[in-house]
Structures are given as C-alpha cells and as structure tokens.
Write a protein that binds this ligand. Structure first.
Ligand code: NAD
Length: 484
C-alpha cells in the first residue's frame, strides 16, 4: 500500500498533490509527534474533484445494480484483507486502542459497503393506482455529485457510512475526512481502484474544515451534503446550504443519558456502563456521558462502577492490552481538562480520575487522560449540559420514573439513550418518552444497519441507515400516467 508519508488527494482515481502545494502536519496522539503530512486543499481541489465526479456520473448512474453490488463487495473484501494495516493506521492516527479499531471500526467499515451493496439490489419504489383513471409510480434517481464530510472519532467507519449509500444509489462523491484523522480515508482510494470502482466515482479531498470542507458545502454543483460532526459546525453548514436548497443530513453531538432503574441487572448495567462511558476514550457520539441511577441502588452502583473504572488499563494504543488510549489531539485534551476545571468550580466530587496521565517511553508526550467519574452535580450545570466528548462521565441519582425521564430529556441534545430495567412495561413506557433518535434497552451500541439512525433536537436532522440513507441520496420523482 502507499507509504502514507504524504496524504494526497484521491481525484479521478489518482493520488494527486494539493493545488496549493501546501501540507498540514499530522500528529500521532499517542506520541505527540508529527508522523505524516496532509494535503492542504482548497476550493481549487474541490473544483477538480467535482469535475472528476461529473465525468464519471453518466457511466456510474447507469451502471447495472449487479455491477455496483459486485464492486462494492470487492471494496468490502479489500478492507477486510487489510484489517491489520487499517486498524494500525487508525490507531496511530486517532490514538484509539488498536484492538478496538480491529474489532469494531474496520470490520464495520467493510460491513457498510456490504450492507448497501445488498440494499440497493432490494431497493423498491412505490406505485399508486387511481382505479380506472391513472397509475403513479415513483422514480428514485441519483442526485448527482454529493458531498460527504466526516469527523475524527470513528474515521473509516463514519466516512464509509456516508460513501457506501451514496455510491450504491448511483451518485458520485466528493468526500472529506477529518484533517485530524485522514490516514484510513487515504488508504481507501487504493482499495477502490483495486475493486474496480470507476475513476471519479469517489473523490477524497483532504484539508481543514474552513478551507476544504466549506468549499464542498458551497460548491454549486454539489446538491446534497451528508455531514457528521459537531453541532456548531452543523449549524454553519446548514446556514450555507439551506438558502440554496441543498439536501442536508446532519449527524451532530450528544449528551446521552444512561438510566439505571432499581430493578436493573446491576452487574450488566455497570459493566456495559463502563464501556459506554469510556470506549474510545469517551469519544463516541453515542457514549453515555450522564448516568442516572435510582437512589436505592445509587451508592452500590457508584462504588462498583468506580472500582471497575480503576482497573481500566491506560496504555500505548498499539499495545494489545490497552483499554484506554490517547485522546485525539493536544487541543482536545486541553478542552477536556478545561471542562474538568469547570466541573470542579461547579462543586463536582471527582469520584475517580480527573487528571492527565503521564506515560513513559515512546508515549511520554502523548495525550493521555485518566478516565474520570464525577458525582454530586445537578443536571442543569454546564458539566451535565455541554458535550465534553472525552473520558468523563457524571452520575446523578433520581427518585422515580418520571424524574428519570425528565432528567434524561433535560438536554439540548437528543442522540441516544440506554435504559436498564427488567420490567418490560417500564422499558416500553420509558423508551416511548425519551427524546432521542435511538433508545437501547439493556444494551449499548448494538446496531442493525437496517434501522434509521440519527438524532433529535441539537443532535441533528435527517436519518441515516437502511432505506433512509438510500432515500436521502436519491431524488424522488412521481410519474403519473392517465389511462386512455
Ligand atoms: P467538527 O464539526 O469539528 O468536524 C467535522 C468535520 O467537519 C471535519 O471533517 C471538519 O474538517 C469539517 N468542518 C469543520 N468546519 C467546517 C465547515 N465550516 N464547513 C464544512 N466542513 C467543516 O467535529 P469533530 O470534532 O471532527 O467531531 C466531533 C463531533 O462529532 C462531536 O460533537 C460528536 O458528537 C460528533 N459526532 C456525531 C456523530 C453522530 O452520528 N451524530 C458521530 C460521530 C461524531
């Protein structure tokens, strides 16, 4: 595979330098050292990517579904064949334990291509009969050139979650991964070429949000934007795209409640709660960052939770034993530490952690933090309202079901929630009232790709996953034929 010292753009099936000739430093979070250079692209590179996409569009939109299916499956196989290389690349780029990348991120990236390769083969559209008068049928056609912009926390997984439905539906794509974690997206270009994806169907452009991402959003020939990232960035993108009527899917931040009732299987709730708080150093949009526990089991929960957290192994992400790696950047580490200061000012009790974690050897300058457990704060403080997006969880007590629901919903966000109870009626009742796009009962992060995915409130608009994604990436047209 490409050595990756220079992370170039992938346009029209070729790796090319940025037109500016400028590069950005790419840091390894575990060491704090620069390890590669990223293309610093701007609107000229986006122009070239759109032109390559427009060249490919007539061929790709009329490519037989069986051929799209075959090529997308070959991309999935290419990802699977390079499982180790991609997992290591993602761990180096992002700071996450390599075992997590190998077990979750990279297999799920392959699964995205497989799922949408199959989905497009089964995608049907409707017809509506007006008896004795006419028949209507719905054509769902590709939009054309679409833009996909993704964040750094699950780099290849979220990048492919957008690209796979877009190309399955016959679109051509201009895609930008996060400039903080570009490596696996860079390697994807070569995999697509090997799989026989026609040049120009997928164009990958690297660079910063303001220079490169915004040029995608502003480009007049890009008619739809699928974005995953922060809520403030989503609002900016919407302000540019909405007045020119671009189709928009926005998957944004979260402050997810994890509700533990008195009748829960406490051991399960605690062990999954530790995972849902600290997987990927708490940098998964779906992480449960507010744990709400019934007062009758609160002390027991906190004690056992803290005990389990204290046994999490912070290590070099490349070590197979690492459970907690580095957070993604020096800036992000500073932001999380600032949130911990705010929590202290708000009167938090730090039940565990709260400090930087000093590594030795190769990782001595890396961005490591202790997993942190906070108690004693009310729901309406900044710590419990703002997205921290790091290894920090806050635990609160509640007295009854209505209060738990009210606390869960007292948030500007509405992405995901977990509910722990052995009472089936309560599970349904609470799930119905929680204002989030997904509610897990007695589990976390279980994903069936056929289901709609996305947030409510400030966590986003539009839904991805399954038919929702194929619908997003197609234009519906009604054809009405009157009987003679
Ligand atoms: P971010 O918003 O800073 O960046 C996301 C992407 O947008 C990057 O590729 C960035 O370069 C680009 N970008 C930045 N400014 C832009 C602009 N003006 N125009 C166009 N593109 C621009 O987010 P991040 O820090 O990379 O990711 C963390 C955030 O993502 C968290 O808030 C997290 O909750 C959220 N997230 C949400 C989901 C979800 O499915 N809802 C999934 C993962 C992450």
């Amino acid at each position: 595979m490409n050595s990756g010292n220079f992370i170039k753009n992938f346009i029209g099936g070729k790796y090319v330098n940025p037109i500016s000739g400028e590069w950005l430093d790419n840091y390894e979070p575990a060491t704090g050292q620069v390890y590669s250079q990223i293309a610093k692209s701007d609107k000229r590179d986006i122009e070239a990517a759109v032109a390559a996409g427009e060249n490919a569009l007539p061929i790709w939109r009329s490519t037989a579904l069986e051929d799209r299916f075959r090529i997308m499956n070959a991309i999935a196989e290419g990802i699977e064949r390079r499982l180790d290389t991609l997992a290591e690349a993602e761990s180096v780029d992002n700071g996450k334990p390599v075992s997590l990348a190998r077990k979750v991120d990279i297999p799920r990236a392959a699964a995205n291509f497989r799922f949408f390769a199959t989905a497009i083969m089964h995608y049907a559209s409707e017809s509506h009969h007006m008896p004795g008068v006419a028949i209507n049928y719905t054509l769902r056609q590709p939009i054309g050139v679409v833009g996909c912009i993704s964040p750094w926390n699950l780099p290849l997984y979220l990048f492919t979650w957008k690209i796979a439905p877009a190309i399955a539906a016959g679109n051509v794509v201009v895609a930008k991964p996060s400039e903080i974690t570009p490596m696996t997206a860079y390697l994807l270009g070569e995999i697509c070429n090997e799989a026989g994806l026609p040049p120009g169907v997928l164009n990958i452009v690297h660079g910063t949000g303001p220079d490169c991402g915004q040029a995608i959003v502003e480009h007049k020939n890009i008619k739809a934007i699928s974005f995953t990232g922060g809520t403030a960035t989503g609002a900016r993108i919407a302000s540019i795209a909405a007045p020119v009527f671009k189709k928009l899917s926005l998957e944004l931040g979260g402050k997810n409640p994890n509700i533990v009732f008195e009748d829960a299987d406490l051991q399960q709730a605690i062990s999954t709660g530790v995972l849902s708080s600290f997987s990927n150093q708490g940098q998964i949009c779906l992480c449960g960052s507010r744990i709400l526990v019934h007062r009758s089991v609160y002390d027991q929960y906190v004690e056992q939770f803290v005990e389990k957290v204290s046994r999490l192994r912070i290590d070099d992400p490349m070590s197979p034993n690492a459970q907690i790696g580095a957070v993604v950047s020096a800036e992000h580490k500073a932001k999380i530490l600032n949130h911990l200061n705010i929590a202290r000012q708000e009167g938090a009790k730090i039940a565990y952690g709260g400090q930087e974690y000093q590594m030795t050897g190769r990782c001595k300058d890396g961005y490591f933090l202790q997993p942190t457990v906070i108690t004693g704060l009310p729901n309406n403080c900044r710590t419990n309202q703002e997205e921290i997006f790091g290894p920090v969880v806050s635990i609160q007590a509640f007295d009854h079901e209505e209060e738990a629901i009210a606390l869960a919903n007292d948030s500007p966000y509405g992405l995901a929630a977990s509910v722990w109870t052995e009472n089936l009626n309560r599970a349904h009742r609470v799930a119905e009232q929680i204002q989030t796009g997904i509610v897990w009962v007695n589990c976390w992060l279980l994903r069936d790709l056929r289901t709609p995915f996305g947030g409510m409130k400030n966590s986003g608009v539009g839904r991805e996953g399954g038919w929702e994604a194929l619908r997003f990436f197609t234009e519906a047209k009604n054809v009405c034929i009157k009987h003679n």
